[in-house]
Design a protein around this ligand. Sequence first.
Ligand SMILES: [Zn+2]
Length: 97
Amino acid sequence: MRTYIIEDEFHCNICGRYASFEDALNELRRWAKLPWGDGDHVAPCQSWRTCHADYIVYAEDDSVPQEALPKAVYVLTLSARGAEWQPPYDKTLNEAQ
Ligand SMILES: [Zn+2]
């Protein structure tokens, strides 16, 4: 079964697993509206207030070789300064589904 992982690549922190790329994007859209530090998306380090998170989404699927899966997509950076979306974040994994 294919699942979609949100990882904070900056901290190598896996933040959640979702049934579809769209589900993962919706979760990131939700996090992007929350104040930094509010909710479950905060950076895991002691200096999180001045730190940031670089969220990528990638697929995992036991039934196909890793190299056959679409590349990870850099979607969003969150920090106290707000959300910085990284277009065309909504393209690659969608097209590969
Ligand atoms: Zn940090």
